[in-house]
Ligand binder design. Structure first.
Ligand code: 5GP
Ligand code: MN
Length: 337
């Protein structure tokens, strides 16, 4: 983000404003961590700030400081529409296209507010007045830290802000193991610990608060794992019936897709999850190394994301989705080498 933009945003923020902060639909740890971290920062500067998430998110994120203030658009549409109409400024965090906000797209498109986008996904679209986009970054939370730093306000980072930003960096980097985790990411994390993020509590709150249903669902997912060594690929499927049997709650399947990548030689892992209500199969793609799942998801499954982590969907049945997937795989020479 250029110096001129920072000067202009500093001027925008020099008087109290009505601000709305929006993450993408299906918000993950980075989306909620970044929106709440920025919310605390802006509230502490004297602004009126509302976080409006398009839809609900997993229980393992609901302990984050400020969680109770989050407005869920699906559940509180008229209040949310009013807040968006009254907003002077809208921060769009952790997404690159306005179509990533689901049903909020129309009202945001119509809004006269000044838009500021902070995001680390590839190929950002040009919907914001100010765009801070960097696809090399580990996470939007890391970028919010850098944004605060550019505003020369690191000393204003409270333990709440530090906790939110730490959480999103941790979840988006797979606990600091994915390739986007840089030395700079670790320096930011060190700063956040200095500012009051308690790392062992955060890890515990996010990873160690599940119930036995979720572990048994993982058991079913692993039973359903299929490995195609000739394509260095592994995939998992979960039907709605299997989810129901284990009393599925939002967030329960988070991270399941990564198990495929723990098999030696596998560089491409996929999970297909049936959603009867939306009549789709939601798909997550993960890879190691050069295999680009963003392109794969865009080309074949109406999705996108990052080089090594992307999502998409299919309107076919589970069976036909998997048939389609297997037939597409044969086109990928790079997986065969
Ligand atoms: P997940 O598989 O965890 O849902 O998503 C992995 C990454 O891909 C995230 O960065 C997410 O924002 C992105 N992503 C997931 N689904 C979609 C989609 O349908 N379209 C696009 N463009 N990105 C997606
Ligand atoms: Mn992210």
């Amino acid at each position: 983000m250029i110096e001129q933009a920072i000067l202009e945003i500093t001027a925008e923020l020099s008087q109290a404003k009505n601000i709305v902060i929006v993450p993408h639909k299906g918000p993950d740890g980075d989306a909620i961590g970044s929106t709440l971290g920025l919310m605390h920062f802006l509230k502490n500067k004297g602004h009126k700030v509302d976080v409006i998430a398009p839809n609900d998110y997993p229980r393992f994120l609901k302990w984050l400081p400020g969680n109770d203030d989050v407005i869920i658009y699906e559940k509180d549409k008229s209040n949310a529409d009013k807040l968006i109409n009254e907003a002077d400024l809208v921060f769009a965090l952790d997404f690159n296209h306005l179509n990533r906000v689901g049903d909020m797209q129309d009202i945001l498109t119509a809004s006269q507010a000044v838009f500021i986008m902070i995001d680390h996904h590839r190929e950002p679209s040009d919907f914001a007045n100010y765009t801070y986009s960097d696809a090399e970054m580990s996470s939007t939370c890391e970028m919010v830290y850098h944004f605060i730093n550019k505003l020369r306000a690191v000393e204003k980072i409270t333990p709440e802000i530090a906790t939110c930003l730490y959480s999103g960096i941790m979840t988006d980097t797979g606990s600091f193991r994915f390739s986007a985790t840089s030395a700079e990411t670790h320096r930011v994390i060190a700063k956040l610990i200095d500012k009051g993020a308690v790392n062992h509590e955060i890890h515990n709150n996010i990873f160690d608060t599940f119930n036995e249903n979720r572990l048994q669902l993982l058991g079913t997912a692993l039973q359903n794992l299929r490995v195609k060594p000739e394509y260095k690929t592994a995939y998992i499927s979960l039907t709605q019936e299997e989810l129901d049997k284990h009393n599925f709650q939002k967030g329960d399947t988070e991270g399941f897709v990564n198990y495929g990548l723990s098999i030696e030689g596998v560089v491409f892992a996929v999970i297909f999850i049936e959603n009867k209500q939306e009549e789709i199969i939601k798909i997550s793609f993960r890879s190691k190394g050069n295999f680009n799942v963003n392109e794969f998801a865009r080309a074949h499954f109406e999705g996108g994301g990052h080089n090594n982590a992307a999502g998409g969907k299919s309107q076919l049945s589970m069976e036909n989705t998997i048939v389609k997937f297997n037939s597409i795989l044969t086109e990928y020479e790079e997986l065969k080498k």
